[in-house]
Design a protein around this ligand. Sequence first.
Ligand code: URA
Length: 200
Amino acid sequence: MSALSELYEEISLCRQCEIAKYRNKVVPGEGAEDADIMFIGEAPGWHEDQQGRPFVGPAGLYLDQLLASINLKREQVYIANVIKCRPPGNRDPLPSEMQECHKWLQRQIELISPKMIVTLGRYSMALFFSGKSISKIHGTAQKQDNIIYYAMYHPAAALHQQSLRQAIEADMLKIPPLLAQAESIAPAKQQPQQLNMFET
Ligand code: URA
């Protein structure tokens, strides 16, 4: 059993916060264990909670299309969320839930060791780009400790708003050249900083 599969077992047993009571299935994440790119969304929705897989509803279908636009399939990347259980009624994640759940995401990042972390939406962005606004920093990259951090809008938001849709599609197309030029991206002066958390 891989270290990642063992981690999934641990995550599936987690009952640290209230929302574990309401989940149908835990949604740890999925994808290539040696992925270069890791996408981090917000939290499972209804479809994800039913299937135990991330991004399998309408936002996920759109994410698949975005990946196809750069010739990638979801199996070639890694997809996870800030929190692993669906918040009841699809409410936003609470800071306490993000805090409790962060250890799992941290372990996933350590095990996968991606070259690039793409944050989808402002909750995920807030973990790595403290105090920034997504409308200002989407489509820009920063490097720290040899990981490129790249912020994008959430696919669900972009599905419903034409201007965001253009932005997310353009931002996706920048990923391959960024990865190819990883060496030349200047290290961030102070950001991003993992665990600059919970200031959404
Ligand atoms: N939205 C998310 O942020 N994550 C999912 O897995 C599905 C929808």
